[in-house]
Design a binder for this molecule. Structure first.
Ligand code: PRP
Length: 202
């Protein structure tokens, strides 16, 4: 039996589709249910940012989550496979009419990805004040809360519709299959078999 934490939304849905292909039967959470048991698997339906937490604390053996979330959490987890879907980038966004430059003494950067943002700017010795937000990040430069944002860009539509543009990509992301180290050693054969089955249907 393997327990797998899946995020709500697209990445979770695409992950279940992989299992549907492997086992040729529907894998779907009933409405509002948070656990799904099928074949030899138990799926947990959690918030994307919580997937690494469930896996790290061994409440789940495996998880599927965006590399952006993994990097932001910074937990020591085994990255088993890049699933190739859920592609997006983490980018610096600025007002469409501006140019990206770093000649002021400091910049205010709004983001929900504090750690990725801090690492990026401190590596380059660019002084920034990070303003942590939980959503609607694109609003911040429009009302003077921040000079720029660091946020997820998938189609770029949200930035465009709010008069912003992606000025620089910090990292590329896609969905990864992850495991905690204990599960990986204790259930190695089962996990590697699943990884192989997933690779075959991708
Ligand atoms: C992300 C991100 C942007 C949007 C980008 O939010 O914060 O707002 O998607 O997508 P686009 O480039 O295709 O317009 P998400 O939908 O993940 O919601 P969240 O803020 O709850 O994480």
């Amino acid at each position: 039996m393997l327990t797998i934490a899946l995020p709500k939304g697209r990445i979770g849905d695409d992950s279940l589709q992989i299992f549907e292909k492997i086992f040729a039967k529907p894998f779907r959470f009933e409405e509002r249910k948070l656990i799904l048991e099928m074949e030899n698997f138990r799926f947990l339906r959690v918030r994307s940012q919580d997937v690494p937490t469930y896996v790290y604390h061994q409440a789940a053996d495996l998880g599927v989550v965006g590399l952006d979330v993994l990097e932001e959490k910074g937990l020591d987890l085994v990255r088993l496979l890049d699933l190739g879907f859920g592609r997006c980038s983490v980018s610096i966004g600025i007002r469409a009419e501006e140019e990206l430059r770093f000649d002021k003494p400091s910049y205010k950067v709004a983001t929900k990805m504090e750690n990725i943002t801090r690492r990026y700017f401190s590596k380059r010795a660019i002084p920034v004040e990070i303003i942590k937000l939980y959503g609607s990040i694109e609003l911040a430069p429009l009302v003077g809360l921040a000079d720029m944002i660091v946020d997820i860009v998938e189609t770029g539509e949200t930035m465009r519709q709010n008069g912003l543009k992606p000025a620089l990509d910090i990292m590329e992301s896609s969905a990864y299959l992850i495991a905690n180290k204990n599960s990986f050693y204790a259930k190695k054969e089962e996990i590697l078999r699943l990884r192989h089955q997933i690779q075959e249907v991708l």
